[in-house]
Design a protein around this ligand. Sequence first.
Ligand code: SF4
Ligand code: SF4
Ligand code: SF4
Length: 352
Amino acid sequence: MSGATFVLNGRSVPFKLGQFILDAARDNGIQIPTLCYLKGLSPSGACRICLVEVKGARSLMAACSTPVAPEMDVATDSPRVHEARRLNTELLLSAGRHDCLLCEANGDCGLQELAYRYKVDGSFFPRNEDVYPVEDINPFIVRDFSRCILCGRCVQACNQLVVNRAISHGYRGKDSKIVTGGDNPYHQSDCVFCGQCVEVCPTGALTEKKMRGLGRPWETKRIRTTCPYCGVGCQMWLHVKDDRIVKVTAVEGAAPNDGRLCVKGRFGYDFIYSEERLKTPLIRENGQFREASWDEALNLVASKFTEVIEKHGPDAIAGVSCARSINEDSYQMQKLFRAVFKTNNIDHCART
Ligand code: SF4
Ligand code: SF4
Ligand code: SF4
């Protein structure tokens, strides 16, 4: 049904058949706030922040999960909508312990942003005084259940985006929480520490452990790069403060990873600052290593290869390229073996 229109804030605008109000509004330049919505996944309608007014409907509708119909009349910013969003933000704030000053998400938190936008201070409802134990026993991810708003984004990301199926909704009522199988800590569960749940969490309920205290969002700059760990070439953002990486996130909407990273790409950057990092080649002599120049080391390797080939022929040597090299390096290595050494003894460690 091309050419179909609906009324958005008093203006007739086009939409695509099957689109939800949220997406159609965004296509027409109207941003409706959300907390639980994850682009490309089935909407859960859990947070009730994207409520909009649809003319003729008895109650407010969740824009993320209500399909647009031709000539539907939708108001996204009416006083009734604002009041509902304000009330729902109050409820979310009062249900947890939200001490923003101490929170790693301060300045990059969807709930904080809504509280600011709708002038909510969390004092309207009695606060839930329960303080849930923080889980920070693993090296990568801190889980603070008192800051969790049960939006379910982490569950969707784990199950539908990276398909690790490590977490789910557990318990009921005021005991509701996000759980692993058996409600064990992450490191004793099926979690592979890809960190996708952290990436999508809109609050400080899931944060990167290694960045604790290292920099606020407004103090860091983002630098786009390609993950150095393997040949897939995932696109990532380095969050850098004072020339030091404090965290890594994935680039959304960019091939090949489209917002995903694995544990190595997301958390494995400490080696850059390791005191044990080798910065010059080492040559072993009499059982001891000594530092050498690159020229000396490369000449030694070349002379050894030449010696073996002259004595035993080119098939006496073999090469295994590293999965952590970039594709171009692996390509050059097979060229070196086939075209220069004249042997097909070349393989890649991903096949072992
Ligand atoms: S999760 Fe958000 S609202 Fe809660 S304490 Fe952290 S920054 Fe504040
Ligand atoms: S780190 Fe990855 S595997 Fe573990 S719970 Fe989060 S999304 Fe699932
Ligand atoms: S941990 Fe974060 S993403 Fe998961 S339900 Fe809680 S607030 Fe939402």
